[in-house]
Every structure is written in C-alpha cells, then in structure tokens.
Design a protein around this ligand. Sequence first.
Ligand SMILES: Cc1cc2nc3c(=O)[nH]c(=O)nc-3n(C[C@H](O)[C@H](O)[C@H](O)COP(=O)(O)O)c2cc1C
Length: 413
Amino acid sequence: MTDTVEQIIAVDAHETDVLDPRTDAPAGKEPVTMAPVDLGPIHVPTPVVLSPMAGVTNWPFRVLCEEYGPDGLYVAEMITARALVARNPKALRLCRFAPSERIRSLQLYGVNPAIVEQAARIVVDEDMADHVDLNFGCPVPKVTRRGGGSALPWKTDLFREIIQRVVKVCSAANIPVTAKIRVGIDHSHETFMEAGHIAQEEGCAAVTLHARTTAEYYGGHSDWSRIGELVGALDIPVFGNGDIWGADDALEMVRETGCAGVAIGRGCQGRPWLFADIRNAFAGSDERVNPTLGAVCDVIMRHARLLVEFYDGDERMAVHDLRKHIAWYLKGFPVGGTTRRAFMECENLADVERETSRLDPAITFPERVKDKPRGRVRFAKKVHLPYGWLDSRVTTHEERETLFGDDPMDAGY
Ligand SMILES: Cc1cc2nc3c(=O)[nH]c(=O)nc-3n(C[C@H](O)[C@H](O)[C@H](O)COP(=O)(O)O)c2cc1C
C-alpha cells in the first residue's frame, strides 16, 4: 500500500465523484438467481468474493466482511512467495486467519515458478490455508517491471509453469487453486482468453477476471463484456471483477456476463456491509444496510479492536493501519476537516473512541456516496515491463535468468 492517507482522502473527495458508476441501473430487470459455487471441496453458497487488497484485506477486515455475508469467500491480501519462503515475519502475519473464518483463503504472488512452488508447499505442509489464489493481476510498476502480476500471462510458458507446479502441490492436499487475471497488458496485448484456457487446462478451480488492462490500471470503467467472453469460453467458474459499488451492480454484472460470481474490491472499502447487501440481492431481497453514523462508529471501534489483536496488542500499529479505513468509513458524512484530521492523529484506542464519541450518531448514511465509486481510480501513466518483454510470448533463457534473480520481496500495491 503506497498511498498515504492524505492521497486517499484527496482521491475520495474529488476523483471518485466524477466517475460514471453504473449505479443507476434501470429498474424492472429480470431477476437474477445465483447458484452456489464449488471450488474443489470448498462450497461457496453465495458466490461473492472479497477481492484481495494489499494493506486492506487482513483478517480483521475479512472478519467484518464475513460477519455481514457469512457464506462468501474472503481472500487475504497477496503474499510474496519469496517472502513466505524466507519466513519474513510481515508476510507470516499476513498469512494468519481468525478462528471464525470459514474458508482460509490465501493469495500468492511470484515470478519464479520454483519459488512459488516452494511457497505453496509451505502452505500445504503447514496447513496454512484451504484455498490458494494466484495473483496475475497486479498492475503496480515495481511488480510488472519484473514480469510479475498482470505482465506475467503474456509469457504463456511461465504462466503455465507456475500454475502447473502450484496445482500439483495443492491438489495433493485437496486445496483448490484459482487464478486472478486482467484483460491484458493493453488492448494490443490482451492475454485473458489464453490465460483463462491455460488456467483451466492446468487444473484451476476458477478464474477471476478484473476487466481492465494493466494500462488502464484503475481508471475509467472496467469492460464487463470481456467477462462475458471468458464465461462463454471456459467450463470452470468465472468470477467477474471490476466496479461493483453496490448490490445492483453485482446483479447487473451477472445479468450482463453470466459470471458464476462476483469479486468485490474497492466497493467495500469502509463498507463491509456491502456483502450483506449483495447476499440479499442474490437471494432476491431488496433489503440493504444503510448504517447511521453511530452504527458506522461501532464498526470503526470493532475494526480497531480486531486490529489491535492482529498487531499482537500494539495499539499504535493498529490505529495507524485503521487510519485509511476511517477515511473510507467517513466518506460522504458531514464530518469536518478538523475532526477528520483528529482521527488521523489518533495513536491508540482511547483516541479513536474519544473522536467517535464526538460524532452525531443519528446522522443517516449519505445518499451522495451510496453505491458510488471509492478508492483509487487512476489510469497508469505508463506500463513498466522488463526490457523486450513484448517481443515474444515465451521467455528466453536470458529473461528467466534476469527475472528469477530479482523477484521482489516487498512487492505491493
Ligand atoms: C488498495 C488495493 C490493493 C490491491 N491489492 C491486490 C492484491 O493484493 N491482490 C490482487 O489480486 N489484487 C489486488 N487489488 C485489485 C483488487 O483485488 C481488484 O481486482 C480491483 O480493485 C478491481 O476491483 P474493484 O473495481 O471492485 O475495486 C488491489 C486493489 C486495491 C485498490
């Protein structure tokens, strides 16, 4: 997570308000009926996924989301395979789950097939997870410039080898593996169709498609028609991802694409109750959670306490982690700059409690931000790739030598 809280607030206050959020979906559309999805032995009654988000989807946040939508799939943020293999304490912390989590779902990231395989072996041997997702969607320059994330499916040999090795290790323990991909590097270098087929051939239980290219980063609106194309081409379940800001968007994506389920990223930042809304929508109910400011403050305090547990009692670390969430929780509420700044200066639980107690609990949820875009929304300035990456769809010996010596331990979003 490289954004500062100030950047998040700035983005939330300005850029997201001018996007077309697709939330004004015409009423009277045909009803959507969703079937449960099975990923190997894992049964997902409501096919909604918390999309992995670095710096966001650690277990405290996942627990909150799962409380609102108890039968979806909640994926941890990506763990760098090399960091796990090196037993980096930060990486190990990110691999922790709360006892209440129904499905322990980890995401691995890596470029070197041997290292990713080793990481998968640790996960299996130490019974660290029930499900492994592989990250082939990260657009961040420090990742793609090393051939990782969304740059990787361009090299079909490397992509296939990573999946093959991880599936082999995980299938021995009956752990399903899924792949998360983007449309491609840009529209002249699309990879999703081939990547989807490879993932299916190599035994992935499902694929999630974030319907943007690397070049599109988080800008504009994702192109859901690409999700529909992939659904039509594959036999395994496809989860659609991109720009679901409210339950109606989830219904609309399913109607438009026929996807087996939806994956939610930014839409649930500061709104873990979105999972209740989507669960209701998928069950044919119009009931939605629209918490008052008082109810939001209760969620903030609960989130804060869970984070203190996550950080082994270190309130300062917990409250620093919470800051970005507070900015998201308060988005759109009539809370002045002074109060927002006071939250950003909190150093312990008592500080957060004091600031929340100053807010008017009766204030209703702001219509202005309901089901509207939030979080990062930028286009990429430029896609960073290893030298000569686009020249061929397979890796050369030299490329492998260079890449594998340089698998970043601190790759992040
Ligand atoms: C702050 C942030 C961190 C992210 N971290 C990850 C990650 O660790 N792994 C991953 O596969 N995708 C990651 N993503 C991408 C999301 O999972 C999701 O694919 C993307 O945000 C599009 O979905 P959305 O429109 O619902 O946000 C991240 C996105 C954001 C905004």
